[in-house]
Design a protein around this ligand. Structure first.
Ligand SMILES: [Mn+2]
Length: 318
């Protein structure tokens, strides 16, 4: 693999770059993409942001999020880069166009990354934003408050507000530097973790009131059905963070959140205090990190719960 310095050098020599964030964007794919966009522009590379899905409301306080487009990526871009994208299908409708391009880049922090680009830079940091911060330093441009806010949002959200085990000394060093460059941590944490709609509060209450426990309480599972969304008026994206609450329950080693996205189709998130949930997600064709992973399943909900609890039981035994 090439060094970050070489990666930065190549990217800096592009004329125009289309930056792609993953579908159902989170704080890290948005923050690191926005930060990269500002940085590329400051070294004279024209850059634009693309995402199949809209930026969720709670991230729109960030300067730069208004630059996102869900339109076509024109042929005229000299390069495309996927940011915080573990595998190409996570770019959604942009996958095909990405694979057809000559100059493709992939900047990511997922251990399961499939190295789908011509030029890949993968490092197991807590957030992709940490890598982008290193990249900006390689560019040798000043870190503006807008860049710092964007990158800090990536770091804060992918570490669950510094609560996850993925936090390293380097993560904290990056955070300290971003703070010094003007990142408003209070504003970011309020907007991304505390602020919520009444609808989300209601969905949260409903989901937590009926958590299911397995394996003597070592596994806890929250299930959100389409009917719950309809009854509360909450949106799919409102379930972000539910899994972290479940992980705080005494005795729980593995948390599972099952979200129905279409009738009998589910997006599943796993979290763990130690067991390898990347392997669990892998048995269903998904992946992620050792302590945080995800997959998709379909079928009758009780069958899905059975399959999940069986796969999780093996991870707990190991
Ligand atoms: Mn990420």
């Amino acid at each position: 693999m090439i060094s970050l310095k070489e990666f930065a050098e190549k990217l800096k020599n592009e004329k125009s770059v289309a930056i792609i964030s993953h579908v159902r964007p989170d704080g890290d794919t948005i923050g690191s993409s926005v930060g990269l966009c500002f940085a590329l522009r400051s070294v004279g590379v024209s850059a634009d942001l693309f995402c199949e899905d809209k930026v969720p409301e709670k991230y729109r306080f960030l300067a730069g999020t208004e630059l996102y487009s869900d339109g076509d990526i024109k042929e005229s871009y000299s390069a495309v880069i996927a940011v915080d994208v573990a595998e190409i299908t996570r770019t959604g409708k942009y996958g095909l166009c990405f694979m057809q391009r000559k100059n493709t880049y992939n900047l990511d922090h997922h251990v399961s990354n499939t190295r789908f680009a011509k030029c890949n830079y993968i490092s197991g940091t807590a957030a992709a934003a940490e890598i982008v911060f290193g990249l900006i330093k390689e560019f040798g441009v000043p870190v503006t408050a807008d860049m710092a806010n964007a990158l800090a949002t990536g770091v804060i959200t992918d570490t669950g507000n510094f609560r996850h085990k993925n936090v390293t000394l380097d993560t904290l060093k990056v955070a300290t530097e971003l703070f010094s460059y003007g990142a408003d941590f209070n504003k970011i944490i309020y907007n991304t973790f505390n602020l919520q709609s009444r609808e989300r509060a209601e969905l949260f209450g409903k989901t937590m009131a009926r958590i299911r426990y397995f394996h003597g309480g070592k596994t806890a599972m929250g299930i959100v059905r389409l009917s719950d969304l309809a009854e509360t008026g909450a949106k799919q994206e409102d379930t972000e963070g539910f899994i972290d609450f479940i992980m705080g329950i005494r005795g729980v080693e593995i948390g599972v959140c099952v979200m129905e996205t279409e009738k009998d189709k589910y997006k599943v998130s796993f979290r763990s205090h130690g067991a390898d949930v990347n392997a669990v997600a892998g048995t269903f064709g998904g992946g992620g990190h050792t302590l945080a992973a995800g997959c998709k399943l379909s079928g009758d909900i009780e069958e899905v719960v059975d399959r999940l609890t069986f796969a999780v039981s093996r991870a707990i035994e190991e």
